[in-house]
Design a binder for this molecule. Structure first.
Ligand SMILES: [Zn+2]
Length: 457
C-alpha cells in the first residue's frame, strides 16, 4: 500500500473553504485524511514529507496548454511539456488540439491518451477541435470526440468565423455536455495585426490588432450561449471590453466564463518598445519592481518573446483584467503555454510566431500581481487554478482535497523569491519574456496520484 503524509503545512482547499495548519494523508493514490486523523491513520511505513512553512493545496490545473504532440516535437513533447508543468506546480494540464494533424477525430485523441500514458509525468486531458482540420468550415465529429474522452472542444489558435456554424457547434456540444473554449478573434477586423492597436503600435510601426477584434467575438459568443444554452468559455481574455461583456452576461445567468493569462495581467504593449520604456511607464506598478527592490530585467524593442495572440494590451486593459479576476468575472487562470523554437522566434517581429511558454512562471506571476499586492486572498487565487477549471471541464476527482479525491497535491512557498533562468527550464522551448525576472512564490513539490513527480532540490 503506498502512502504519503504531508505534515505541518498550511493546507488550503478552496472547494471546502478549508485553510488551516494540518496534516494530509494520501493513500493508494487518493486523499485519505485531512487534519488530526491523518497522522493517526497513517501506516507505520508511511513516507513523510515535512512541509512546515509551505502551502499545501489541490494539484493545480492548467486548462490551456499546447503540448505540440503529435507533429511538432521540435517545440515540445508530452514528456517535456508535462515536465515543465510539474516544475511549475501543475498536476493536470489540458492540451489544445492545434497539433499536426489536429485532434479532430477519436483516433488522434486515443494517440494522445496512449502517449500521455507512456510519457507524461502529470495528468493530461485532451480537447478536440470544433471543426475538421481546425479549418472553420465543417463541424468535427463532436459525439465521437466526446466518446473518445475529450473534456471540451476548441479551435484554439483559430476562431470559427461563421456564426451559424458556431451556433450548431454550441448545440451539439451542449447535447454532449461539453463546454466550448473559444479563442476570440474576428479575422476581418484583426487581419494581419501583430500588436495592440494603439499608441505603441503607431510609434513602433507595427500593424494593429484592435481590442474590438476580441470584443466582437466575445459578444457573439454571449448571444449564441444565450440562444443555445451551451457553455462558452472565452480563452485568454485580454481586453477591457471583453471583461465588461462577460461580467454583464454572467450577471444575467448566461452560461459563459472567462480566463486570464499572466502575461496579460503583468505586461502591457509598452513592453514592445523595450524594457526601458516599459519600466518608465506601465512597468512602474509591477510588484517587486515598483520600489526598485528587484533588479529590472532588460530586453530590446521588438523582442518577439513579447509577441502573443491576443496581444499585450494597454495599461487600462491590464487594470480591467485584474479587476475582472478579483471580482470573479474571470474565474479561471491559465498559461496559454505555447512553445516555439529559438530559430522560429529569432526573426523580424512581423514574421515571428505568436506565443510564449508559461507553465513554469504562472504561479509566481499570479501570486505577485494578485496576492502579494493584496488584491486576492490565497484561497480565491488557488480556486482559479483548481476547483474552477475542474468544475468547468467536469474533471471528476480533481481540484479538491476532499477524502476520496485523487491524490494530486501542489506544495509551494508563497513568499520565496527566485530568479527564473533558462537553466531551470524543463520545457523544450525558451520563448519566455520572463527570464531574468525576480519572482516571488515558488513551487516546491508536485504530487500526482500520491507520487512525488517533481521536488525542489
Ligand atoms: Zn488562443
Amino acid at each position: 500500500m503506498n502512502s504519503l503524509l504531508l505534515s505541518g503545512g498550511r493546507v488550503i482547499d478552496p472547494a471546502s473553504r478549508f485553510d488551516s495548519i494540518a496534516d494530509l494523508l494520501i493513500q493508494d493514490g487518493r486523499i485519505a485524511a485531512l487534519g488530526p486523523d491523518a497522522d493517526t491513520r497513517a501506516p507505520a511505513e508511511v513516507a513523510r514529507l515535512d512541509v512546515k512553512g509551505l502551502v499545501v493545496c489541490p494539484g493545480l490545473i492548467d486548462l490551456h496548454v499546447h503540448l505540440r504532440e503529435p507533429g511538432q516535437a521540435a517545440k515540445e513533447t508530452i514528456a517535456t511539456g508535462t515536465a515543465a508543468a510539474a516544475r511549475g506546480g501543475f498536476t493536470t494540464v489540458v492540451c489544445m488540439p492545434n497539433t499536426s494533424p489536429p485532434i479532430d477525430n477519436s483516433g488522434t485523441v486515443a494517440l494522445i491518451h496512449e502517449r500521455a500514458g507512456r510519457d507524461a509525468v502529470v495528468n493530461v486531458f485532451a480537447t478536440g477541435a470544433i471543426t475538421k482540420g481546425i479549418a472553420g468550415e465543417e463541424l468535427a465529429q463532436i459525439g465521437s470526440l466526446k466518446k473518445a474522452g475529450v473534456v471540451a472542444i476548441t479551435d484554439d489558435g483559430h476562431c470559427v468565423q461563421n456564426n451559424e456554424l458556431m451556433r450548431r457547434a454550441l448545440e451539439y456540444a451542449h447535447m454532449f455536455d461539453l463546454p466550448i473554449l473559444d479563442h476570440c478573434q474576428d479575422y476581418s477586423l484583426v487581419s494581419d495585426g501583430v500588436a495592440h492597436e494603439g499608441y505603441w503600435s503607431a510609434m513602433l510601426g507595427l500593424r494593429g490588432w484592435p481590442a474590438a477584434g476580441e470584443e466582437l467575438i466575445v459578444a457573439r459568443n454571449i448571444q449564441l450561449a444565450e440562444l443555445t444554452g451551451g457553455h462558452v468559455h472565452c480563452q485568454h481574455v485580454s481586453a477591457a471590453g471583453s471583461v465588461r461583456l462577460i461580467r454583464e452576461a454572467k450577471g444575467r445567468g448566461v452560461p459563459v466564463s472567462g480566463e486570464a493569462c499572466p502575461h496579460h495581467f503583468v505586461l502591457t504593449d509598452a513592453a514592445l518598445a523595450g524594457s526601458g520604456k516599459f519600466w518608465e511607464t506601465d512597468g512602474k506598478g509591477v510588484f517587486g519592481f515598483h520600489n526598485g527592490r528587484a533588479e529590472r530585467p532588460f530586453w530590446p524593442a521588438y523582442d518577439t518573446n513579447f509577441k502573443m495572440n491576443p496581444t499585450l494590451r494597454s495599461a487600462s486593459d491590464r487594470a480591467a483584467i485584474i479587476e475582472g479576476i478579483v471580482d470573479g468575472t474571470l474565474e479561471i487562470l491559465g498559461s496559454d503555454h505555447a512553445p516555439h523554437c529559438d530559430y522560429e522566434k529569432e526573426v523580424e517581429f512581423d514574421y515571428a510566431p505568436f506565443g510564449i511558454t508559461g507553465l513554469e512562471t504562472e504561479l509566481a506571476l499570479a501570486l505577485m500581481q494578485l496576492h502579494h499586492t493584496g488584491k486576492l486572498g490565497l484561497t480565491d487565487l488557488i480556486a482559479k487554478f483548481t476547483v474552477a477549471p475542474a468544475r468547468l471541464l467536469r474533471l471528476a476527482g480533481k481540484g479538491s482535497l476532499s477524502v476520496g479525491a485523487d491524490g494530486d497535491v501542489t506544495v509551494f512557498a508563497p513568499d520565496r523569491e527566485w530568479v527564473f533562468t533558462r537553466e531551470q527550464t524543463a520545457s523544450k522551448s525558451f520563448n519566455s519574456p520572463f527570464y531574468g525576472w525576480t519572482l516571488k512564490g515558488k513551487p516546491v513539490a508536485t504530487i500526482v496520484g500520491g507520487r512525488v513527480v517533481w521536488r525542489e532540490k
